[in-house]
Design a binder for this molecule. Structure first.
Ligand code: PBG
Length: 346
């Protein structure tokens, strides 16, 4: 193809471009598939994925969650099968979340300390088979409280230290039942240090802690709250303990404290709207850093794809790549099984 200016015009344009770029042509490396693969800076691996699972009362239950297409609540008897599936796909860790029946919720979230609650039973069921998979559990009271908050309340106030006392007991119980990674998602002050000390004093120094260090008071948790049934119950909002989306330096202080207190890994949540935070934390501390691609992020991609507005698989993979590029070592994602399947087939 000649340019509109003819042969001489094309040569003239080439000369001008070479004179401004110094003969650099960024597109050369992008021309072929092998070359694009050769210069690729980041890659997604199944080893980067944590798969969040919802647990519900009953037997033989596989319950769809309307706001999260292809995500289900499973009864405990289904979990060994799911864990096996994860293991076959090579997913390193499952994260367990309970849908607690309304009648089991109370003002103090006492069900969190019931050794037969859904999470504890789920841990034992998966541990009853000998498969090599990590199990992570959320430490917070919101799936168990009648008011839907992560901590104990006095009037309108979420009590910090009293809540931490209960979170310690919840953590010890979860490790006793087979949890490998304790994930405090409650944002109470000092809880990482308090939990670490309690674990160590109880011969549980092997138990890892992934701190939800920078957890924002976000609108993107909506579908999750459907999944665990807290949307209907939550009184007010979580802004007195979760972070203000306007803040970034504060995330550094949160993470710094968690690391000093003994966190093995830190996490940023939500994920995609907070890539700058992931980037900063990884640059600043260089510790294992994770992103939680939360329910709202998942559902947005599914909904847009369902409408034919974006390509589901491409948007899914691109979103995970964004976390890797920002510096995340891994991602909690409801897409984990789909991504692993794709990685397995390619
Ligand atoms: C609760 C908790 C939440 C999520 C994980 N643990 C919600 C909240 O803080 O209200 C959200 C996960 C998601 O949206 O996928 N402590």
């Amino acid at each position: 193809m000649t340019s509109t200016n003819g042969e001489n015009g094309a040569q003239k344009t080439r000369d001008i471009i070479n004179s401004v770029t110094g003969h650099q042509r960024m597109r050369r490396n992008r021309r072929t598939d092998w070359s694009r693969r050769l210069v690729q800076e980041n890659a997604i691996s199944v080893n980067d994925l944590i798969w969040p699972i919802f647990i519900v009362e009953g037997t033989n239950v596989i319950q769809p969650i309307t706001s999260m297409p292809d995500v289900y609540r499973y009864s405990v008897d289904q979990l060994p099968r799911i864990a096996n599936q994860a293991c076959e796909l090579g997913i390193p860790v499952l994260a367990l979340f309970p849908y607690t029946q309304a009648e089991r919720r109370d003002a103090t979230g006492s069900e969190a300390l019931n050794e037969n609650n859904l999470v504890c039973s789920g841990l034992r069921a998966i541990r009853s088979q000998s498969i090599d998979i990590g199990l992570m559990t959320d430490v917070a009271l919101d799936p168990y409280t009648s008011h839907g908050h992560d901590g104990l309340m006095n009037g309108d106030t979420i009590l910090n230290d009293e809540t931490v006392e209960q979170l310690i007991l919840q953590s010890l119980l979860q490790v006793d039942c087979g949890s490998d990674i304790i994930g405090p998602s409650d944002m109470m002050d000092g809880r990482i240090g308090a939990i670490r000390r309690a674990l160590d004093a109880d011969d549980k120094e092997h138990a890892q802690i992934m701190a939800y260090s920078a957890k924002y008071a976000s609108a993107f948790y909506g579908p999750f709250r459907d999944a665990v049934g807290t949307n209907a119950t939550l009184l007010g909002d979580k802004r007195t303990y979760q972070m203000d989306p306007a803040n970034t330096n504060e995330a550094i202080r949160e993470a710094e404290l968690d690391i000093q207190e003994g966190a093995d890994m830190i996490m940023v949540k939500p994920g995609m709207p907070y890539l700058d935070i992931i980037f900063r934390l990884k640059q600043e501390f260089g510790v294992p850093t994770f992103a939680y691609q939360v329910s709202g992020e998942y559902s947005m991609i599914c909904a847009a794809a369902h409408n034919g507005w974006i390509d589901h698989d491409r948007a899914m993979l691109e979103s995970i790549m964004a976390f890797k590029r920002a510096g995340a070592d891994g991602v909690l994602s409801y897409f984990a099984p789909k991504i692993s399947q794709i990685l397995k087939n390619t």
